[in-house]
Design a protein around this ligand. Structure first.
Ligand code: UDP
Length: 328
């Protein structure tokens, strides 16, 4: 039986990956420090004898008993408001954390995949974004702590591949959505659906002409699994190229939820990328992967999930553990 470590296991993507790898017949060790993740996301696996959970901050030395075949490094705050609140932890998890896990991969002769991001392209001047594009990142802007940590993570991952012969994979993840996203993580999809459910206007930042391309989580997880099992060690974009403006997206959410609320406008955050769309030629040709779930279908499933949450959860401003960590 393959033994697989998934960091960020209690988060949105991590918890979906735990499910995928359990279904593939792996023994899964889920690791998380619960700073933005929630045990609720992995409740369903707690009784599975092929799953164990370890509460640990991967920025500190990571020790695992026994053999390991695969490591998936998916621990990191991932929402712009998260980076603003916990910038140092955001830097550490993709630098010290990635370094620790690469060391562990070397020690255990395990294959490792690290979760990089479309944010390595910054506010991109090349559209759609191809993997060869170096990006347009402001290192000292509010997003710098995330973007530069992820860029460092790619560099250290490639160095372990080249100099230590570790089998590494790098996935550049574009905007992804689905059940188990945090309702109040500040990102546009949960923000709009939460506002519709609470009977508030939908807040468009800027004039709403900026674009994003949203991928349903099941498609993403499938792409990540395929990349990990491939022999390709250069970065690969995984995302859905169906591009939409934020204004159009607000209209889709209004239609989906049937809300009678309107849109309202707020200032565009500093360094907010104006356009984002993955070029997925590499994923198509190397992995034979492309997304299958339409936005209409994916949004319906996601809306059902958010509707199933309790009223308390809907009205809670935050449900994460920032305070605990900021006080440390
Ligand atoms: N956005 C918005 N209203 C919100 C939240 C976000 O208009 O309530 C915009 C945001 O400015 C950005 C886009 O939606 O242009 C996507 O933002 P998100 O935070 O989801 O992720 P990003 O792709 O910027 O990392």
């Amino acid at each position: 039986m393959k033994r697989t470590l998934i960091t960020g296991a209690a988060g949105f993507l991590g918890s979906h990956l735990v499910k995928k790898f359990l279904n593939e017949g792996h023994y899964v060790i889920g690791m998380d420090n619960l700073i933005t993740g929630s045990l609720k996301n992995i409740e369903e696996f707690q009784s599975n004898e092929n799953f164990e959970f370890q509460n640990h901050d991967v920025s500190k030395f990571v020790e695992i008993d026994g053999a390991l075949d695969y490591i998936l490094h998916f621990a990191s705050p991932a929402s712009p408001i998260d980076y603003l609140k916990i910038p140092i932890q955001t830097l550490k998890v993709s630098s010290y954390g990635a370094h620790n896990l690469l060391g562990l991969a070397k020690e255990k002769s395990a294959r490792i995949i690290v979760a990089s991001t479309s944010e390595v392209y910054g506010d991109p001047l090349v559209h759609p974004q191809v993997e060869e594009y170096y990006g347009n990142v402001n290192p000292v802007g509010p997003r710098g702590v995330y973007d530069e940590a992820k860029r460092y993570m790619e560099a250290v991952t490639m160095a372990y591949n080249t100099y230590h012969g570790v089998e590494t994979r790098i996935v550049r993840i574009f905007n992804t959505y689905g059940p188990k996203m945090r309702l109040n993580d500040g990102r546009v999809l949960p923000a709009f659906i939460g506002q519709a459910l609470r009977g508030e206007d939908l807040t468009i930042f800027g004039d709403g002409s900026q674009t994003r391309s949203f991928c349903y989580v099941d498609d993403l997880v499938d792409g990540i699994h395929k990349l990990l099992m491939s022999d390709y060690s250069q970065p690969v974009n995984i995302g859905n190229p169906s591009e939409i403006t934020i204004s159009q997206f607000a209209e889709e959410i209004i239609k989906l939820t049937g809300t009678t609320q309107k849109v309202c406008y707020e200032d565009l955050p500093v360094n907010d990328p104006k356009q984002r769309k993955p070029d997925i030629t590499k994923a198509q040709s190397i992995l034979n992967w492309e997304p299958k779930v339409s936005r209409e279908e994916g949004l319906k499933i996601t809306y059902e999930y958010f509707k199933s949450l309790s009223v308390e959860e809907l009205n809670k401003k935050e449900h994460n553990n920032f305070d605990k960590y900021i006080l440390k």
